[in-house]
Write a protein that binds this ligand. Structure first.
Ligand code: SF4
Length: 336
């Protein structure tokens, strides 16, 4: 197989049409038994301690897994990814650029994707054919997500995991679809989870993957994973073509677009409170200021750095926050 590393969701339909198997480097990093070994490689090569661990992790993964080619998102992700691509190119890795346009309009994304297709020498027909083949899998992931908030049958971490896997379709979309088929049969058969509070998770996927279990230990459940859900392209069937699909993807564009979608989901999923996750040293921490101003349910800002475990201080803050939201909900119900 001809693998190509990706650092975030890009129009993978183009890569598959060009004969590549996209490989999300974040997924290799975060599913490792010991993520610190990848961070260590980056720090030994001179990355500062005060730098995003996702970037350091991807760098370590590329060097230790002999990754030969990657797609670098040079606009619409973050400036750290641009420098990362420069460093990896310097280490001999072939870097294929892709840019999400600054302006979120059809002609701009069309021009970016056309450039990407020309670069890989594939036609729109070939790309649309791959998009069509991916539709059944996307529909099944949408169903799994729906079962998390309509019937509370999917745990927050499960939902998170299956949706992040949609960036590279777990390396084989046909096999992944069969896996989801089996998972859905098992999930539909489950009893609903007995949680009293519905939490929305907003922000980049967490390094602290035990966050979901901790929230559940407080009798609350994550029923919305914002960015992870965007990776699964859940509006795909409403889109007339690949351009529209990546135009409606909110993550690479302005904060206002994300906020408007988050507000819609708060209503739809009857979310009681938001946990806003931020990676240490990430520019997105400042986006929280805009979120806080526009979202009118309780919102807690937490941060993760290098550990996959939620630290003691964050646990205390989450505990106090969830207690407060429970009291607020009880008071609201009593006074209605
Ligand atoms: S967490 Fe923030 S700084 Fe790190 S790669 Fe993602 S967007 Fe960039």
């Amino acid at each position: 197989m001809k693998y190509i590393g990706i650092t975030t969701t890009v129009p993978s339909e183009v890569l598959i049409a060009a004969g590549y198997t996209p490989l999300d480097l974040n997924n290799i990093f975060i599913t490792a038994d010991d993520i610190s070994k990848y961070i260590k490689i980056a720090e030994e090569d001179g990355f500062p301690a005060s730098y995003c661990s996702w970037i350091k992790g991807i760098y370590g993964v590329c060097l230790s897994h002999d990754i030969k080619e990657i797609v670098a998102v040079v606009s619409g992700d973050c400036s750290n990814s641009i420098v990362l691509a420069e460093l990896l190119a310097d280490r001999g890795i072939i870097v294929h650029p892709f840019e999400f346009p600054i302006s979120r309009d059809y002609l701009s994304i069309k021009s970016s994707i056309d450039k990407f297709m020309n670069h890989f020498n594939v036609s729109l027909e070939e790309v649309e054919s791959v998009r069509k083949s991916l539709s059944p899998l996307r529909d099944k992931i949408i169903e799994l997500d729906k079962l998390s908030y309509t019937e509370c049958k999917v745990k927050g971490f499960e939902n998170h995991l299956y949706q992040v896997c949609m960036s590279d379709f777990n390396l084989d979309y046909k096999k992944f679809e069969l896996e989801i088929d089996e998972k859905l049969i098992e999930i539909r058969d489950r009893e609903s989870l007995p949680f009293s509070l519905r939490i929305g998770y907003v922000g980049v996927p967490p390094i602290t993957t035990d966050l979901y279990d901790f929230i559940e230990s407080q009798n609350a459940c994550v029923v919305y994973n914002e960015v992870q859900r965007e990776f699964s392209m859940h509006r795909h069937s409403d889109c007339r073509d690949v351009y529209e699909q990546y135009l409606l993807f909110t993550y690479p564009y302005d904060t206002a677009s994300r906020i408007s979608e988050i507000k819609k989901q708060i209503e739809e999923r009857k979310i009681d409170a938001i946990v806003y996750y931020n990676q240490s040293f990430c520019y997105r921490s400042v986006q929280y200021l805009l979120m806080k101003k526009s979202i009118d349910i309780p919102i807690l800002h937490i941060e993760g750095d290098k550990s996959v475990n939620v630290d003691a201080r964050t646990k205390l803050r989450l505990e106090a926050f969830i207690d407060m939201v429970k009291d607020r909900k009880l008071f609201k119900n009593c006074s209605e």
